[in-house]
Design a protein around this ligand. Sequence first.
Ligand code: ADP
Length: 793
Amino acid sequence: MAVLSFWIIYSQLNNYTESTKIKNENNEKLVLVGEAITRLYEAESLTRNIIQTSNKNMKFQNYTAKVDSIINTIDQLAYVSSDSVQIRKIDSIKILVDNKNKNFAELIDIYKQRNRKGTYQTAIDELKKTNSNFEDYDTNYEKRFKDKSPDKRKLFSNVIELLKKDNEKRLTNETVESLTNTVKEVLAELEAKDRRYRYEIWYKENKLLKNDQVITQKLRDILAHIEQNERNEFKKRFQASSEVMDKTFTFIIIISAISLVIAIIFIVLITGDISKSQKFRNELENEKTYTESLLKTRESLINTVTHDLRSPLNTVIGYSDLLEKTGLNNKQKHYLGHLKKSSDYILHLVNDLLDLSKLEAGRMVIEELPFSPKKLIVNTITSVMPVNDAKNLDIFINTEKELKKQYLGDPFRIKQVLTNLLNNAYKFTDVGSITIDAEITENGLAEKELKISVKDTGIGITKEQQKYIFEEFSQGDDDTEKKYGGFGLGLAITKKIIKLLNGKIRLESEPNKGSNFTFCIPIKLAKNQIPEEEHEVVKIKHFTNKKALIVDDDLSQLDLTSEVVSLMGLSYDICENGLDALELLQKNNYDLILTDIQMPKMDGFELLKNVKEDSKYMDTPIIALSGRTDTTASEYEVAGFSSSLRKPYAPQALIDLVASVLKIDAPDIEYENPITDQEEESDYSLSDLMLFAHGDSESLYAILETFCDSTTDHIKELKTAVATNDGDLEQIKRLAHKMLPMFKQIKAKEIVPILDTLEHLDNYELNSEEVLSLTKEGIQKIENLIDKLKVKH
Ligand code: ADP
């Protein structure tokens, strides 16, 4: 509407200005006519002036210049006029001006002729024509006789003078009378001529003036005509512009009316809309309050449920662990396996739900603590990757030196993110490898960024799935849960934590090729840097895909050996005697067997014999790990073992031995020792065990826990042995042998000699009473130590 109205008003205004242009043209014509009239008056006064003055030549030039300028003006007028009547009139004016010019020229001519001869000369001339007596003699004899010599010239002039004098004497009365008559006649004639001349001048002047009047009249006519025209034009223009104004006015009224109608329609629509949106808004607000209350209820429900679930679950898991160590048969172990799996699953879900509700409620607190990213990454990988990796995946870790430095950030949350990504990578990859790349990048500001990527060669994620897998309870497809388990919370939590840490996560993935999750988190370089050597942790080059079977009847020793084997990147199975070992060997494939020698049911030698009989294991290396001091290394080798190691052994010794037997790289173990000097000086030392736990206190306490449990069992057995008749010496020897390596490992200064004596009773001449009292002393000391250790962990 606005554009249309603008266009119409614009075109009306255009029309209006067109008519003003015409008015200007007419004004110009009027000015030109006025100019012509003025110049004509000036020419007239010049004419009069010329007639009256004597210097006619000079004035006549002025007059012709004026007439030229009049013709010029008239030409211009003809040029601007388009009206044919006007043009005709202008042409006739030009002719009149021409005539006037001619008349005036003639008049001037007359004047000039008149002036050429004086009245006297004319009279003399006329008299000479009539009477020869008026002949004039030239008295200028010098001129007349210029071709004569001066003497002759003088003579002639004297003669002429004499003749003139003589003539005078001959003038008679008769001649005088005739002369007078002649003069009268001539003068009368001259008078008549003069009268004619005056009449002629009068006539010409009159003609000139008349001509001027005619011209002036014609010019006035033209002026009047133009003025009339102008009046008519003005009338027309006035009519046109009032028409334009009328049209515009009507148009404005129409537009206003239409606009008013439109405005009313819009007001009605908008009011309707506003009231509708107000209604929706109210509804939304109600819904929002309702949703918020629902969310709050959900949060408190999740909190209550998860908290209430966690404590009983921990009890279930704790007791399952204990139950596992009580020597169960295979069926019971199978049931227990299910029990543990389910409780782990629930615990995982409960923990995830708790995290999610904390994140959603904004209650997850972010800490700023010093940590070494490299140590964090290696620890996370070691704790996430299953020890018995049935899939034999290769794990590659690429880290740069910068990561060893101390940074400020939230190591717990970073570990949680990395754990989730690693768990997924492992879960969704059946063959191939998992690669962890980590680096520190500058983010342009004072801060740095920790960039970690977890890349796998697993099932991958389609572009469609990538859009929603970061949402809560969303999984790749419907089969994912059935096939791989999980509840679709891991990535949602991961993304929320990363957002909380001001970081970013990116996913690149191709179905059936693998996925690559990369996240960046801003961290700051810590001011206090711990020298590198002190915080160096275990270096893992990469995990091998080899698998070992560890056989030992002492659970603590099993724990220690398993720690070392897992540290090397080997997967493993464990069992407590030779018979179980044979069963496992049948079911699975192993690249290495590590076995204790003295065991119930079937000892190490017998096991070796049985294994070597099986063609599958003919070339499989078997290492003897025994606390026996009476068997030498060569004896083991002769028997068929690839190598042997005496307990207690240093972890590095076992690592080197296994590495050389399997022909793989041996990782160097360096670790941070959390054991204080004060503890070192006491009656036992945990520093050796720390080596097995590769610096990780949690692993150390796990080993200690197993040790305490199995030692408590052994003490029970020892007490029974002491109580039987006069003491079951064989049983005491056996138990002492079994227990000795672990006590040597923890350097229990007082207990080791007692157990050593009890193991080698044959070498000492002791009666049974002495043996029993020594055993009781040993039991006492061991119990004291176990109490101390229990307090510790
Ligand atoms: P969950 O693993 O418990 O199902 P997540 O939130 O951790 O839940 O993952 C959501 C979904 O993203 C998974 O169900 C899976 O489909 C997909 N996904 C996550 N990580 C990977 C991966 N590394 N490879 C293939 N798919 C993945």
